[in-house]
Design a protein around this ligand. Structure first.
Ligand code: RP5
Length: 162
């Protein structure tokens, strides 16, 4: 979804993260949240990351989601350049994502990154958490979130096992 003033920016360290991070985009789409997905790296394109993130708040963005794997510094670097809430998603890696999780979650006091689970669950939940943040000021989004939760509950309750 390419829009001028996205409510959410979804960054990922590499195009190779898209298979997982498409679940973030799909979830945001489900709620009608405008967002922009970009592959930018804290290590390979640091200036472009800083430029995009520094302008995000003035452009109307309210939440930034940042996914990376391995030496996963992207979310931390993003958080260092903005006052917006930053949600980090650790990608699976050669070390099963444990390296990504630790390098995303272990931020020094003063620069928080709200870190989600490794992989698809984290990618989906980052979008849902972004929706929950936006829903504080958008009652219609809160209603959609309630409907999502109700449907999810019903789906679990309706399961029959052999
Ligand atoms: C990280 O390195 C990316 O976020 C990705 O998860 C990982 C591998 O990137 P590629 O080598 O596939 O571009 O920066």
């Amino acid at each position: 979804m390419a829009v001028d003033n996205p409510q959410v920016i979804v960054l990922m360290g590499s195009k190779s993260d898209w298979d997982v991070m498409q679940h973030t985009s799909e979830t945001l789409k489900r709620f009608g949240v405008t967002h922009e997905c970009r592959a930018l790296s804290a290590h390979r394109t640091p200036a472009a990351v800083m430029e995009l993130v520094s302008a995000a708040e003035d452009n109307g963005t309210e939440v930034i989601i940042a996914a990376a794997g391995g030496a996963a510094h992207l979310a931390g670097v993003v958080a260092a350049h903005t006052l917006l809430p930053v949600l980090g998603v650790p990608m699976a890696s050669a070390l099963n994502g444990l390296d990504s999780l630790l390098s995303t979650v272990q931020m020094p006091a003063g620069i928080p990154v709200g870190t989600l689970a490794i992989g698809k669950a984290g990618a989906t939940n980052a979008a849902l958490l972004a929706v929950a943040i936006l829903a504080r000021k958008q009652p219609e989004l809160r209603e959609k979130l309630q409907a999502f939760r109700d449907e999810q509950t019903q789906n679990v309750l309706s399961v029959t096992l052999p």
